[in-house]
Ligand binder design. Sequence first.
Ligand SMILES: [Ca+2]
Ligand SMILES: [Ca+2]
Length: 226
Amino acid sequence: MKIKSLQFIFCYAVLIYGTLTLNACKGIPRETEVFSSDFERGVPVNVINGKVEQYNGGGVLGRYSEGGFNVEVRGMKDHDMIKITFDLYIHDTWDGNAAGPDGKDIWIMNIDGGSNVYASFANGTCNNCTQSYPELQPPFFNGTFNFALNRPNSNAIKTDLPGACKLKDVKGGTSMYRIQRTFHHTSSSLDLGCFAGLEDPDKANKSCNESWSVDNMRITAIDTRE
Ligand SMILES: [Ca+2]
Ligand SMILES: [Ca+2]
């Protein structure tokens, strides 16, 4: 084993037990998991407006249509970066960049009240649709958002999952994305908000036609200054 690898393992052991600070250990980020859930045991206490539903054999946080949830993390130790990872399921018939009354269908992630992801998604039976994802934020000029024109399901890691309601049990009715965001952050508290803004002329069945959920969410505070 290389000396560098041995140093890495030793320094992680030191960091885990947290009693020593060694010059040899500087430069190795200290990572602390501050939230982790696979939603198999219900709604974690720090999820606001949380609900858990069974989808495809496991618990997911959702389903939501319009609206969504917040995760409140408090009392974090010193850090300068936050990493957030989770699976995002886009269920049933999303119309992406389509004009009204069917679109646009937008999924939103806010960090401490500021926009982190604002992207349209297309899924299901939408003909000639486009979506902006994997572009995370549409450029804003001439008084309007200009969403990228990507094909439906762009950057999805699974496209053969069953739908949840309108396309229940139909293969390809749900697409799954892996959301990974890392950003500068130093406050001891973090507010993560996930929402959607969806347009559907079929008001009575909107929550069945277009919904979303998340799974396997992890939030990690990182101190790169150790
Ligand atoms: Ca799960
Ligand atoms: Ca729609």
